[in-house]
Design a protein around this ligand. Structure first.
Ligand code: SF4
Length: 97
């Protein structure tokens, strides 16, 4: 499993001086750059997700990938049974193959 990555959070000054939408847009762009580097094959999926153009199933996949730094095996072996998404996480069948 990959090490946890620090999430970039806006500083209070950013939140106070910029419109909320601008802060969110900046954070999304920063995150998409991480995806570009760590999981380039998933970039279009994340772009469509942030545009609100994916199904709930794909949105859950994106959330799980974000949660574990794009490590498919870590999603399959997720050790957080209290996560509400745990029963819906993707790649569960990978363990059977
Ligand atoms: S199911 Fe596991 S990998 Fe998916 S969001 Fe929840 S804790 Fe993260």
């Amino acid at each position: 499993m990959k090490a946890a990555r620090e999430q970039p959070h806006p500083t209070p000054a950013m939140v106070q001086n910029l419109p909320r939408e601008a802060v969110f847009a900046r954070r999304i762009e920063e995150y998409l750059e991480v995806v570009r580097q760590e999981a380039p094959s998933a970039l279009k999926m994340f772009q469509r997700c942030f545009a609100g153009k994916v199904s709930p199933r794909v949105a859950i996949k994106c959330k799980c990938m974000e949660c574990v730094c794009h490590d498919r095996a870590a999603i399959r072996d997720c050790t957080s049974p209290t996560c509400p998404l745990h029963p819906y996480r993707p790649f569960q069948k990978d363990a059977e193959s």
